[in-house]
Unconditional design. Structure first.
Length: 399
């Protein structure tokens, strides 16, 4: 016996795939087996005069068959619905999917479609009437409409959820981009300030190691080039990469500027400026002028009584000026004004108003680190190398 597609076991017309909604974790699995779909639902024996629909009327058979075709197509469409995992937990999607699953259960493999298939296939035998046929066709049409609406509802809910997710993602990305732009511009401002500080340091004098100045000049040029590059401020990746480049540049500028300043201090300590010593030396005291000899007092006019006249006191000879003895220099307590763990600067204030001159020995505990010579009252310092684990106990005394 020839059977149309919608009656074949495991066909797409209500038995196999049509009873399953792929729901990305949301849809339910409704598996209809052909053997179950075609069983005789009437457990009693057919009544007298009962017959198949086809035997009762070819027209009635065609009406029911046509409606079965429409309902089968609706079940196929429902089986093709898929819910992406990204929106599977959306409330609207969940509700629409539950509605569709209920419609599939009521309308397809175990519902209206199954009843109509039994009538068309001939397993439903009864005394067929026009009212019974119309009722079956109407039931099939209602099921088709209900299933179609539920299928459209899931598609619409998925689309709305995806649009909402896309909008949320866009807002999040715009906020991230705005924050990245602000961070990048702040990094540019920071590096610009450090470049200015580095340029100022280059004018601070000659360094003991000329490479410190050359390396800093090269780094300034490199950082200026990085800032001049046009970073795409509409790209989060470009901003992140640009900020990382400038952050590394800023760290190098700070380290290299400090190295230059320490090298300049070392050079100044090793090469005191003679001209400064002469300029600030106090003027020698001028010799004291010899006082003029006092004039002899005039003889008094003669009187009747010869008065006794006291002899004028001879003026004391002026004391010759004593040559002042210069005071010895004194040194204050030493300290570490800068210390990065591996190198430090040790300094102490020396009081030498008479410019006697001195040599200061710097210590860390009992270990002598370096010597600095100088003249005049000033702060003396010298860079030294220390391990990160060495205790810090700076000291200074005249060598």
């Amino acid at each position: 016996m020839w059977l149309p597609d919608f009656l074949l076991p495991e066909s797409a017309a209500g038995f196999g795939p049509v009873s399953k909604i792929v729901g990305g974790g949301v849809g339910v699995l409704l598996i209809g087996m052909a053997s179950l779909a075609l069983v005789q639902t009437n457990g009693s024996q057919p009544t007298a005069g009962a017959t198949t629909l086809a035997a009762a009327s070819a027209d009635w058979q065609q009406q029911v068959s046509d409606q079965v075709t429409l309902l089968s197509a609706a079940c196929d469409n429902a089986a093709a619905v898929s819910v992406p995992d990204a929106v599977s937990s959306d409330t609207g999607v969940t509700s629409a999917t539950e509605t569709l699953n209920t419609a599939v259960t009521d309308s397809c493999a175990f519902g209206t479609l199954h009843q109509m298939q039994q009538a068309v296939f001939g397993t439903d035998k009864r005394t067929w009437t026009a009212d019974a046929v119309n009722q079956l066709v109407t039931q099939g049409a209602d099921a088709t409409a209900k299933l179609t609406a539920a299928t459209t509802g899931v598609s619409t809910a998925v689309t709305n959820a995806q649009n909402a997710a896309d909008q949320t993602q866009q807002v999040t990305q715009e906020a991230q981009l705005a924050a990245a732009v602000a961070d990048y511009q702040a990094q540019v401002a920071s590096v610009t300030s450090l470049v200015d500080d580095a340029k100022t340091a280059l004018t601070g004098g000659k360094p003991a190691d000329s490479s410190t100045a050359a390396n800093l000049q090269a780094k300034i040029k490199s950082c200026n080039t990085a800032m001049a590059a046009k970073v795409d401020e509409t790209s989060l990746d470009a901003l992140t990469a640009g900020k990382a480049t400038l952050a590394a540049c800023a760290a190098d500028l700070q380290t290299m500027t400090t190295a230059l300043q320490e090298s300049q201090q070392l050079y100044q300590a090793q090469h005191p400026t003679p001209s400064a010593t002469k300029t600030t030396a106090p003027a020698k005291p001028a010799p004291t002028a010899q006082p003029a000899q006092p004039a002899q007092p005039a003889q008094p006019a003669p009187t009747t009584a010869q008065p006794t006249t006291a002899q004028p006191t001879q003026p004391a000879q002026p004391t010759q000026p004593t040559q002042a003895v210069p005071s010895a220099p004194t040194v204050a307590k030493a300290s570490y004004p800068s210390d990065n763990g591996t190198s430090a600067v040790i300094q102490a204030y020396v009081f030498d108003p008479d410019r006697v001159g001195y040599t200061v020995c710097f210590y860390n505990g009992s270990q002598m680190l370096t010597q600095v010579r100088g003249t005049g009252t000033k702060m003396v310092s010298s860079p030294v190398v220390l391990s990160a684990s060495a205790p810090r106990a700076p000291g200074a005394m005249f060598c």
